[in-house]
Design a protein around this ligand. Structure first.
Ligand SMILES: [Zn+2]
Ligand SMILES: [Zn+2]
Length: 103
């Protein structure tokens, strides 16, 4: 193991802590984990037209998308993940960027 080679093999970002032999940063590992999970999930049929839906990874969630009607199916918990993410971004956006004027 090289002292200077501790970069993520996927995105090239330098990793801060090297806890194991994983060649990727935490963000990439999470993304890879989600993609593996997607690959292992059973394909579903669209509840509207019965077409076989395809798996897509959107950020950190796996969605099923119908190629016929372009409907999207979310697993339980995935909508909450999106909500959490949006809420976090909204809160960040609402934080004042300029200092308050005093009196
Ligand atoms: Zn990475
Ligand atoms: Zn459909």
């Amino acid at each position: 193991m090289s002292l200077f080679g501790e970069k993520c093999a996927r995105c090239g970002h330098r990793r801060r802590e090297v806890s194991d032999d994983a060649p990727n940063c935490a963000a990439c590992q999470e993304e890879i984990r989600v993609k593996l999970q997607a690959a292992n999930e059973a394909l579903r049929n669209c509840p509207i037209d019965g077409s076989r839906m395809t798996k897509e990874v959107a950020h950190v969630i796996v969605i099923d998308r119908c190629p016929t009607c372009h409907g999207v199916w979310l697993d339980s918990g995935e909508l909450d993940k999106i909500k959490d993410e949006v809420a976090a971004k909204t809160i960040t956006a609402m934080l004042p960027t300029a200092p308050f004027a005093a009196g």
